[in-house]
Design a protein around this ligand. Structure first.
Ligand code: GLA
Length: 389
């Protein structure tokens, strides 16, 4: 409630008054296991967080989209009209909400009135906890609520991804938007990205916590490398398809991959595809381990995931490797791995509750010593998808 009142107050300061304004929230996400599998027809296992993005929004009588972010106050209110909605570099973060308005129109849900929207996010910027997907799903949810569109949360995820791919030019998979739109308190989402079938798996970490470790390394080249990994996997798949009747790398077992990998004919692409195949199988095994209450095995699979992302997929880097290496030395750690796209951003670990303070202190000190600047740590809770608050 305190947050809601503060946001409404700020909205009135920025837009003159807060008559008819409503307040909405969408979470960020962390992926527990299943990395770089979502564009390879594999499984992922992310969860929504209780940190995320807030929006205070109301309809306008004209066709202006007036967007303001408390995270970029120096930018002031950015204004565009609904007839001039295309992406502009100078619009920066505003291209995320604008892309959603555009994507709704593409799907036959053209809005006929403008909006005032104030955003505030408490996901650390550039941390790889999906602040952009959070803004996308949130904006979709705002449009749904304020214009009364009949659109499911799963469709909001697909619209978010569509906009990110076609408006913002990042070739991401469906994981982030899906985890955010479909989030459920205290559950992770076991999603098969080949057909979007999914189940919720309760995360009852008896006596343990999810601790996120932020490298604080800002990502720059991330996106281009991301697209590069995607095309390497696509090339590997095309080579395998010469013999195998498969639609994605996610359809292969480890044995099938080993028996056919020579078809790929390029050592780097073999490594990329190996990661995609093994990581998918690891994710399936990890969810089974969780169901069997074998949290130790779940942790081991997380750690194996990191090794594969470091050695075969090559998307970690010294900062993430240091965090994970130091994390694994600590008492009470169950598993640790990088999470999200990689190249910086965050790692995720599961740590026994009694050991969390010491864990943060020790990993923080070792990281600072080796890397030269501090890491940040967040002990997080798993939250719900978008809502009006
Ligand atoms: C980013 C993308 C996701 C997914 C991850 C890697 O977060 O947005 O679609 O590919 O990287 O698992």
């Amino acid at each position: 409630m305190k947050m809601k009142n503060e946001l409404l107050k700020k909205f009135a300061e920025v837009f003159g008054d807060n008559d008819n304004a409503k307040v909405f929230f969408a979470p960020g996400r962390v992926n527990l296991i299943g990395e770089h599998t979502d564009y390879n027809g594999g499984h992922v296992f992310p969860c929504a967080l209780t940190i995320g993005t807030y929006a205070v929004a109301r309809l306008r009588e004209d066709d202006k989209l007036c967007l303001y972010s408390m995270n970029f106050e120096e930018d002031g209110i950015g204004v565009c009209t609904l007839s001039d909605i295309e992406s502009k570099e100078a619009d920066d973060w505003r291209n995320y909400p604008k892309g959603i308005v555009w994507a709704f129109a593409e799907r036959g849900m053209k809005i006929n009135k403008g909006l005032d929207i104030l955003y505030y996010g408490n996901i650390p910027n550039g941390s790889g906890l999906s602040s952009s997907a959070s803004i996308e799903v949130l904006t979709g949810f705002v449009l749904k609520q304020l214009f009364g569109f009949e659109v499911s949360n799963q469709e909001l995820a697909l619209i978010g991804q569509y906009s990110e791919n076609n408006y913002n030019g990042v070739n991401c998979g469906i994981m982030d938007q899906f985890a955010i739109a479909m989030g459920k308190k205290d559950s992770a989402i076991f999603l098969d990205t080949a057909d979007l079938s999914f189940e919720y798996a309760p995360i009852a970490l008896d006596g343990a916590k999810i601790v996120i470790l932020n490298t604080n390394k800002k990502r720059g080249l991330g996106d281009s490398k991301y697209n590069e990994r995607r095309s390497e996997c696509e090339a590997a798949l095309a080579a395998l398809q010469k013999k195998l009747d498969i639609n994605s790398l996610g359809e292969l077992s480890e044995e099938e991959f080993e028996a056919n990998k020579s078809l790929i004919g390029n050592a780097t692409k073999i490594k990329r595809a190996k990661h995609a195949v093994y990581e998918n199988q690891r994710t399936i095994k990890a969810v089974k381990a969780l169901k069997d209450n074998d949290i130790e095995l779940f942790g081991k699979l997380m750690t194996a995931s990191h090794d594969s992302l470091r050695d075969d997929y090559e998307v970690t880097g010294i900062e993430l490797d240091t965090l994970v290496e130091e994390a694994l030395k600590q008492e009470g750690v169950i598993g640790a791995r990088m999470t999200g796209a990689g190249f910086g951003g965050c790692a995720v670990s599961i740590v026994k509750t009694d050991c969390v303070d010491k864990f943060i202190e020790n990993v923080g000190a070792a990281y600072k010593e080796k890397i030269g600047y501090a890491a940040d740590f967040y002990v997080v809770e798993i939250g719900d998808g978008p809502s009006e608050i």
